[in-house]
Design a protein around this ligand. Structure first.
Ligand SMILES: *[C@@H]1O[C@H](CO)[C@@H](O)[C@H](O)[C@H]1NC(C)=O
Ligand SMILES: *[C@@H]1O[C@H](CO)[C@@H](O)[C@H](O)[C@H]1NC(C)=O
Ligand SMILES: *[C@@H]1O[C@H](CO)[C@@H](O)[C@H](O)[C@H]1NC(C)=O
Ligand SMILES: [Zn+2]
Length: 500
């Protein structure tokens, strides 16, 4: 049904409603009728048990980012863009997630990841620990650990894995396997001296302490290697570990002979045979992986997020009990922090491609897929431009009251701020972009308030759900509810007896 719906939409809606062609009421009526038929068909709820759960997390992918990614992806296909249908747009159930942390109105990625993975809101900066813990205080936080859905799925006999484009030790992936009161304690050398030896192992060490994670793909090699070791891609870069341990080597040695592989470049990654590999660790950059947009600059090559998702599913799906997989498009957030919207949109498109990959490889009869964001960003889509105007371009119909052109995407805060002096005092003058190519890869959009790095935004974010029990994603939810719905759908954790 979904397949028929989307192909009809493609035929009638997308192609008929391009800018320039007539768009009579009949075409809109037909599009609405198809949407209605689809909605009515959803009365037959999918109450199966989810054998597999895949959580797609677009870091910083607020509603405006979804809208502008949709337009960009359509425009890349030479469509006007607004009418384009992302893979996530095709999901039958959609709701909103309230993202605040227990102590912050506008959240960070650690407190939010703990909410949607571990099922309870917590303080900003805390990883896998609840609100009884204290940020950056090891001793005060011992005893506040809460299990993540990855750990719960693992206990239930499922295979588990993580795919990310950030460091594997960054806030979102870390919250799947680590319990620590500070997101920045990624290697031992990141933990302040006064907090060391109090019972808090660094995040990278906690990763290898979980022997059952079968797939982990992303960046962040340096958090796993000692300061004495050169990075394979760039010998000037050294490891971050003061304890002299090479955790990659230890990870490999801890696995049964012939079952595990470590890869750090795309060519070796492509050679990995999922049928022959039960454990796969891929660390493709010393720190974060490249933006999708600047992949060509990366000598050793890095796999796309869709390819990582493909290989992860192939390895995990070998388990007859099913699997849990977290896939993070982690650098959408970083691009927004830099006010570089093009990087955010191209990473958003790659993230949506990964969703297509997962949809194609699984069935909604036994696989629940949830797509959401941890928090929003301060980007807006504004102005009265023409239909089909380039989403990274300038408003084509008007200019600001200051007489200057402006871009469709602007930020309320960040490095594109209009201030000029180091004390962050405003000059009152907005830069003139008349002769600037705002669609260039490195263009920094303008912002109202100057910040070295833009801050997050606090409005609700979307949750899209498909597969068993997806209809339980149905309203305005607190973010931590997502972990509970996934556990219920899979009949694991405390919901083992509660589900049908
Ligand atoms: C879009 O149009 C341009 C210019 O006409 C063309 O070079 C390009 O191949 C087209 N792309 C697609 C995806 O059709
Ligand atoms: C998914 O399946 C569709 C339909 O068969 C195909 O057109 C598309 O290329 C596939 N996408 C991926 C990422 O495999
Ligand atoms: C699960 O049940 C245990 C034991 O009753 C309880 O301590 C724990 O808080 C519950 N966890 C969740 C996520 O409901
Ligand atoms: Zn962020």
């Amino acid at each position: 049904m979904e397949q028929i719906f989307s192909s009809l939409c493609m035929l009638i809606f997308v192609q008929c409603l391009q800018h320039g062609a007539a768009q009579p009421a009949d075409v809109w009526y037909e599009q609405a009728r198809q949407t209605l038929d689809h909605a009515i068909s959803l009365e037959n709820l999918n109450t199966n048990t989810a054998k597999n759960i895949i959580l797609f997390l677009g870091d910083g992918m607020g509603v405006t980012t979804v809208t502008s990614t949709r337009i960009k992806k359509g425009q890349e296909k030479n469509e006007t863009g607004e009418e384009y249908i992302l893979n996530m747009d095709k999901f039958p159930h959609v709701a909103l997630s309230k993202t605040y942390n227990t102590n912050y109105q506008v959240p960070d990625s650690a407190g939010t990841a703990t909410a949607f993975l571990c099922g309870a809101k917590t303080k900003r900066g805390m990883i896998g620990q609840d609100d009884t813990g204290t940020r950056s205080d090891c001793e005060a936080s011992l005893g506040s650990d809460i299990p993540s859905i990855l750990e719960i799925a693992q206990q239930a006999g499922k295979s588990v894995g993580i795919v990310t484009t950030t460091r594997l030790t960054h806030a979102t992936p870390a919250s799947a396997y680590a319990h620590i009161p500070d997101r920045y304690w990624e290697a031992d050398s990141d933990i302040p001296l006064e907090e060391q030896n109090k019972g808090c192992d660094d995040i990278a060490l906690q990763f290898i302490q979980n022997p059952g994670i079968q797939v982990a793909l992303g960046g962040g090699r340096s958090k796993f290697t000692p300061t004495t070791l050169d990075d394979p891609e760039n010998p000037i870069t050294k490891g971050d570990r003061d304890d002299g341990r090479n955790l990659i080597k230890e990870w490999l040695e801890s696995k049964p002979e012939g079952t595990a592989e470590f890869v750090w470049n795309e060519a070796d990654f492509d050679l990995v045979d999922p049928a022959e590999t039960d454990f796969l660790l891929g660390l493709f950059a010393a720190s974060h992986m490249s933006y999708e947009n600047s992949r060509l600059d990366d000598n050793a090559g890095e796999p796309h997020i869709a390819s990582m998702t493909n290989k992860a599913i192939k390895i995990l799906a070998k388990n007859p009990e099913g699997f849990f997989l977290l896939v993070e498009g982690g650098r959408i957030d970083h691009a927004h922090h830099a006010n570089v919207a093009s990087n955010a949109l191209y990473d958003g498109i790659a993230f949506d491609d990964a969703i297509e990959m997962a949809k194609n490889m699984t069935s909604s009869t036994d696989t629940m897929i949830v797509v959401t964001a941890d928090h929003s960003h301060t980007n807006v889509v504004n102005g009265y431009q023409s239909r089909g105007n380039p989403i990274l371009g300038k408003a084509d119909k008007d200019i600001g009251a200051d007489g200057l052109p402006y871009t469709t995407i602007l930020y309320t805060n960040g490095p594109g701020g209009i201030t000029v002096d180091q004390n962050y005092r405003t000059s009152g003058n907005r830069g003139d972009i008349t002769d600037t190519d705002t669609e260039a890869d490195v263009y920094i959009q303008q912002a109202l308030v100057q910040q070295v790095s833009s801050e997050h935004a606090g409005e609700d974010v979307l949750i899209f759900a498909d597969g068993p029990m997806a209809h339980l994603i149905h309203g305005i939810h607190e973010q931590h509810y997502i972990s509970h719905v996934m556990q219920y759908a899979a009949c694991i954790g405390n919901y083992t007896a509660a589900c049908p």
